[in-house]
Each structure stands twice: as C-alpha cells, then as structure tokens.
Design a protein around this ligand. Structure first.
Ligand code: DHB
Length: 398
C-alpha cells in the first residue's frame, strides 16, 4: 500500500467522521477515512433514533441524498408519563421546532453511500491504528489494512471521530487533557420488537419501578428501553418478563396498553457522562464520542457529534483554503459550550426520570419536584422542548 497524502485524515467512519468527510468534500477538501470496524458492523449497530432539526439540515447537504424525509418520520412532540399520568409536550407549539425519528444506522448507510460516490478513500476493518506527530504540521495516521498491508496517511490535520474507545483521545498527552466523568448506578435494557407503534409519539415514563422509554422504528418494528441494574444479564429476561416489566412501567388510570410482539434484539446499554477538554491538541481535533459521551436519555449523542462537525468543517476549510486558522483555534472552546449544555440536559433528563437505587429518600422526592416544576410551567415546558429539539448550531463563539 503506497503512503497516502491528504488534507485531513479522519479516524472513524461513523456518522461524525463521514459527515465531516462529506462537508469537506463539498468544499473541495480531500480526506482519507479509516475505521477498525467493517461496513456491516457499523451498519448493524443499533443506536438512538432522534435527530434535531439542525442535524436533519446537515443531512440535506447536496450529495448525501439522505432518506431522512422518505424513511424517517417527523415527531412534533413527546409524552412524559409520571406515575401513569401523561404530560404531552407539543414542540411546534412550544418552540416552533420538531425532531425526526431516523435511526443512526440508517444515517450511516446514507453517509457511507455518499462517501463511496465521491470516490475518496475509506479503509474499513483496519488494525493497529496509531496517530503520530500530532503536534507537527504533518501528522500521520498509521494502521494495517484488512489485507495486512501497512498504511500511512500523512495529512495537514487529523480528526479523531473514533468514538469513546478509539485511539485518538489517548494521543493527547495526559498532562494537557482533562477528563470529566460521571457514572450512574443503572443501565438501559434495550429491545427491538415486531409490533405496531404503541403511541403516536415517544413516551418517556417515570414510575416507581424505574424508567421506561417507548420509542419507535417503523410501522412494524419498535424500539423500547427500560432502566435496569448495570450487571443485568440478557439471558435472564424472557420476552414475557420484558413485556410485563415494560407494561408495569407505563400503566396508568388512562388504561394505556403497549402493543407487543416478538422481540428480535435484546441489549444492555451502559450509562455514563464524560467530557475531554480541550478537544484539540496541535493538529489533532476530536469530534463526537471520542471527546464526549452522554447518557442516552434525550438522544443527544449523535446530534452533539453533528454539532461538533458543523463547527469543525468550516473552520478546517478556512484554515486549508484561506490559511486562516483562527476559527480552528477556537474550535474546542466553541464546541465545548454546546457539549456542556447537552451534558446538563442529558443528566437532568436522566436524573428526573430514573429511580436511583442508591439515592436517599430526599433526593427521590426532590427529583420529582424538579420534574413537576418543569411540566407544570409554560416556561419549564418550553425549556425542555428547546433542549430536546436542540439549540441552533454555532460556527463561532458569540
Ligand atoms: C431513542 C433513544 C433515546 O435515547 C431517546 O432519548 C429517544 C429515542 C431511540 O433509540 O429510538
């Protein structure tokens, strides 16, 4: 394999890496993308499914030809159930925005097809990925290709979009990066099932038995989650046991009943909040989960990754085309502003809606008071709707 030279080497071919690659391509900037996973691995990994309007607009970029408007569904609100009582939030009414239900793996399929049409290179299933000389002006990404050949990509910039366990973050010396971390005493048990939707919008339910989220995928497949201890074994949960638990968590005086069906996928998802700052070191820039992880409540993960890319792409273009690296120098400060807003919202949604087995009785009552303050106030419901539908993208610090 010959050594490759490019403008931007991108580690990670997930939605963040491929969206960045596409925005750079549209501006005439070259990139090489590497990922340690195969195309099929990424395409079949189930993640969240809610897109902010600003994320949808990014998918409308010419050349992506996303199916978000044909296969996705606009959602004009959510329902927050508290002990079986429904509190519908109408997003257009509250904040003039909507969100879209369009699963992350479908976004990946769209972006991978767009990348393939550009003819620019993507290397899948590479091993031994390593970043070198990130403090220099010609940083390198080295890896071994899936047919065992050494690969060296020399670039002007490297972007680490390789998720929470990729090698990029560790290429920033520990002495210059700070990691903020919060762990939660629970996880989510996630299922995919063959059933019709149970309700027209997603239901976030707080109950004495714990949290449940009734999400959707299509007319015939649904996605649902329920709070469970982190050491939960999938094998201990039969379909019947899952349906009984989910139904118990949404039960209420309105007689709401879940539409059930065969469960086709069961997974336990870990829960944590983490941020690495700064999101830059020399010629290396972090984007998405490599720099920050949010708990899934509120579906901010992918939206936050896209928001990073919305800041990073134009800054890279300016640096490479106009030799003006000023916006790039401000990338980390600009991006982390939104990261902490999303961290706060994800934490708040998590804390307000879950039962914490380790919390004292005061905290359990207090969090119910917090939820009540928000749901019974026009200002509170607007605040929640604004956070959920997402803040406007920024490309510079105000
Ligand atoms: C989904 C996941 C979430 O964490 C969320 O808040 C909403 C939807 C989903 O997978 O559909």
């Amino acid at each position: 394999m010959p050594d490759l030279h490019t403008d931007v080497a991108i580690v990670g071919a997930g939605p963040a890496g491929l969206m960045l690659a596409h925005l750079l391509h549209v501006a005439g900037i070259d990139s090489v993308v590497v990922d340690n996973r195969s195309h099929d691995d990424i395409a079949t990994t189930h993640r969240a499914g809610i897109l902010e309007a600003a994320s949808v607009r990014m998918l409308e970029t010419p050349g992506i030809d996303s199916r978000v408007h044909t296969a996705g569904h606009r959602h004009d609100g959510i329902d927050i159930r508290v002990d079986g009582v429904s509190h519908p939030l109408d997003f257009p009414d509250l904040v003039g925005e909507s969100v879209w239900l369009y699963p992350q793996n479908e976004i990946y399929v769209d972006l991978a097809a767009a990348r393939a049409r550009t003819g620019r290179p993507t290397f899948h299933a590479v091993t031994d990925t390593r970043l070198d000389a990130v403090e220099s002006q010609s940083p390198q990404v080295r890896a071994v290709t899936d047919d065992g050949e050494p690969l060296t990509v020399t670039a002007r910039y490297v972007v680490g979009a390789d998720g929470s366990r990729g090698p990029s973050r560790a290429s920033i010396p520990e002495t210059t990066r700070k990691r903020f971390f919060h762990e939660y005493p629970f996880a989510w048990f996630g299922i995919l099932c063959e059933a019709p939707p149970s309700h027209e919008v997603l239901i976030y339910s707080r109950s004495a038995r714990g949290f449940a989220l009734i999400s959707q995928r299509s007319d015939t497949v649904q996605r649902m989650y329920f709070q469970a201890p982190p050491d939960t074994e999938v094998a201990d949960w039969s379909d019947d046991r899952i349906w009984t638990e989910l139904q118990a968590r949404v039960e209420g005086p309105d007689g709401f009943a879940l539409r059930t069906g065969p469960i086709i996928d069961k997974t336990v998802l870990p829960f944590r909040s983490a941020v690495t700052e700064p999101m830059q070191h020399g010629s290396l820039f972090l984007a998405g989960d490599s720099a920050h992880t949010v708990p899934p409540t509120g579906a901010k993960g992918l939206n936050l990754a896209f928001a990073d890319v919305a800041v990073l792409a134009p800054a890279l273009v300016r640096a490479l085309q106009d030799s003006d690296a000023e916006a790039l120098a401000r990338y980390s400060a600009t991006a982390t502003k939104r990261v902490w807003k999303a961290q706060n919202f994800s934490y708040q949604m998590t804390r307000m809606l879950h039962t914490d087995p380790t919390a004292d009785p005061f905290e359990a009552r207090r969090s119910l008071g917090e939820l009540d303050s928000i749901l019974t106030s026009d200002h509170g419901r607007r605040y929640l709707a604004e956070c959920y539908t997402g803040w406007p993208h920024t490309t510079t610090i105000p």
